[in-house]
Design a protein around this ligand. Sequence first.
Ligand code: SF4
Length: 244
Amino acid sequence: MNSRQSTATSQSTATRPNTARRSSKDDPADLAARRELALAVIQRLKAEYPLAECTLSYDDAWQLLISVRLAAQCTDARVDLTTPKLYEKFPTVAALAAADPAQIEEIVKPCGLGHSKARDISACMRILHEQYDDRVPDTFEELLALPGVGRKSANLIMGDVFGKPAIVTDTHCIRISNLIGLVDDEKQPAKVEKALWKIVPPEEGNDLCHRFVLHGRAVCVARRPRCAQCCLSDICRHGIAIIS
Ligand code: SF4
């Protein structure tokens, strides 16, 4: 990726300024401006990161469930180092459902919070085995009812596994949405998710969130966003303030 080069080309295809200003969140004009901004962001990030894939490795849906649980307060890289060891010993939902949680904990403890993560994985796999014939349910409500599965994880499964509309409000999504001006001073995941549902086309949400992760790692890094190299610098509220 050549950020500077792609910035020049992508900005020529979507040059609208950031007109999403701090006002009533339900003001129709404000919502319209945020929708327009969201579309411009989607267009540019698509050009910058053509592949919008989950950064966690998995072969089956139940493995993604486990990976997202392990990813809490842990890096994706460490999760991807850990899960092969887990599946080598327990290769199926049934095997994990039958495992002693202490055996699971022994393997997953490098990801941190080993006890609670092992407990949730064990309970979750038991439910999949006993109630869902070893499959992952395909409704948001059923996913949310599984141990250790929150809105972020349920959205990720809905989007990546079942190809349904999803907004995954992880740390990159929340931080970058605030910086750009898609949301205002909103840090609570559920509120960011609700705000983004109003302005992001449903079919674009899942891929946009994957691209936020890629952008948050490559350019809009947490400690010092590289606004001068960013393809969003002329439409991002923070970028405009920094560069002008
Ligand atoms: S312009 Fe700066 S703050 Fe805005 S998305 Fe790009 S790197 Fe992040």
